[in-house]
Design a protein around this ligand. Sequence first.
Ligand code: NOJ
Length: 746
Amino acid sequence: MMNKISEIVKHGLLLIGSLTFSSTMAQNYEAKVDSLMKRMTLQEKIGQTVMYSGSWDQTGPIVGSNNGKYIREGNMGGMLNAFTVRGTHDLQKIAVEETRLGIPLLFGYDVIHGHRTIFPINLGLSASWDLKMVEESARIAAEEASAEGIHWTFAPMVDVSREPRWGRISEGAGEDVYLGSQIAKAYVKGFQGDDLSKPNTILACAKHFAAYGAPQAGRDYHTVNMGEGELRDVYLPPFKAAVEAGVETFMTAFNEINGVPATANKFIFKDILRKEWGFNGFVVTDYTAINELVPHGFAKDEKHAAQLALEAGVDMDMMSGANRLYLEELVKENKIDEGLINQACKRILLAKFKLGLFDDPYRYIDEEREKTTKYKPDFLDKARAIAAASSVMLQNNNHALPISKNTKKIAFIGPLVKDEYDIIGNWAAKGDRNGKAVSVFEGISEYLTSNQILYAKGCEILKEDNSGFKEAINVSKAANEIVLVMGEGHHMSGEAASRTNLKIPGIQPELIKQIRQANPNKKITLVLMNGRPLNLSEEVGLVDAILEVWFPGTMGGAAVADLLFGEVNPSGKLTVTFPRNVGQVPIYYNMKNTGRPIPESNPKEDYKSNYIDVSNSPLFPFGHGLSYTNFNYSDFKLSSDTLTFSGEIEASVTITNTGKMDGHEIVQLYLHDKVGSVTRPVKELKGFQKIFLKQGESKTVRFTITAQDLKFYNNQMLFDVEPGEFEIVIAPSSNFKFQHKFNLVD
Ligand code: NOJ
């Protein structure tokens, strides 16, 4: 190894010390990359654009495992699903010691909501509306992942989605463009830190570019047809935000957009990402996405697919093998410009330089750090606090929650009460599913004595076997209060996990009904674990309280107990709408009005845009979430009712905690552009603040509004503002009526 490093040093490639990244450094790196590339053959350059998976953790079709051979031949620049100090060391050693130029490998992995210490699934985490927590969770994930040899995470997923049938809604930040953009930035900051050359920072990857969150009928990988205005207004901004936050890499999406698969889409990669936004990191495909251009009906064969992807701006091929097999041939046949390969190779090498891998290819490989970094007590404390802050109390009739710790007997019933497996959710990286996670049962045992706890599983998540019902009903009858812990299995959301039915799965709903019948007057709380909005229309009438805890992660059970017993006051709010039934989907708060909106005075009026069987309103709206205390909003003020193009106005409101507990409130600012050359949504979130108020305390919350906040893409695809009247509100959720206005004047 030392020989190779000294060779790299000899050729002027070694960076001395670890400096903060700057434009001067970028130039230095460029010069070093250029000098390295002068010594590389075409095949070696192509090799840098190739990534295969470590065979021990495949996440898609297995393409064959010749990893050692490819590395040795200089036919591989990156590897996914390769981690642990031992594993990455052995692979890196081949790259550094057994290849002609000793160029280090890049190790990527799906570190999505934690690496070892698992945080709530991303949809849950977004419900905290807490950018600091999002950043902290990503920072901890980066600490743990980098200590196991990982240089690069395939996260954050910043796909806006209004599609609860789509399993991957669980991986994003929900339905809103503004909130999604803020959260995208927080993740990037957390993963990449402020200095990529530090061994505890990793490259982030904004994925999946673009519009993957809007598949037809919610079916994964399905077609996307969408006007450019909607694409630019709703689906692209979180990606742009990630670029602004300095994200180093992008991943293509599996879907097509208006007939052109994303992985070969010049419009989004060349025109928008590179030219408009000035992104200068590298683009990786999603898993086998180049080959998939063939079944898409866009490329005639895989060789053609390799050409189309490269020409569209793809730099690295994840798992297709198409770059390795065909790019050299395509150059020799004069079908592609070799310059495109140089460019891709250069971008990838630059990332390796920024990480300091040419300084020390083993810098992420440190046994001591690996041993001491995972599951640190303060990581677990953070995970507990974050899981509690991400939970949303959807309903709390008659103050059913919190539960008194002195209750004589509480029945805990359901397939997820003792679960330590599903609780960490899908895409849980190296989170331990066997014993490390705190179950709800363990969590409540911190608060109650064993005499107070009654337990029955009742049924499985999915199986139709009701033989456990009898015991569950007996247990429920013997208790003073009942807590049901139910929901989806972790595999029911995430990739390739779309559902057409949004009910709580299996026979769990039937068990809820029977428990209510057997206990007509007892308090029943439903604790829900799930990866998407569910149809809870029946359950809202059967139980008193509903606590949505998503898949809350390693410390999930402890956090649930903290909330149930009032040690922590619930503060999460939905970042995605819960429909009344699947027929309302897509349903989201910032829809358009239509030419026939329902009149408030007569919601049942004929020939209006409504359903004959169900109301238009959601079961639980975006922004909704209850607390154990109450917050009163008063004294709304606008500094002026006129905003000029270059000026600003301030909107403020006073919020008072009028209840009996301290708590956090998520204060939301919405606007409505009443008339546009392109119609505007009925409501648009334009700001939010999470504040803490002690009992009885008041705070004035202020938002500044400028013309920049009012811009949208007009029919000429110009991002611009139009003068006119705007409605404004500062509210606790998206369920409100506007009462104030201002005018934007030229
Ligand atoms: C496919 C998924 O779509 C993507 O999000 C993930 O990063 C890759 N597989 C790698 O596992």
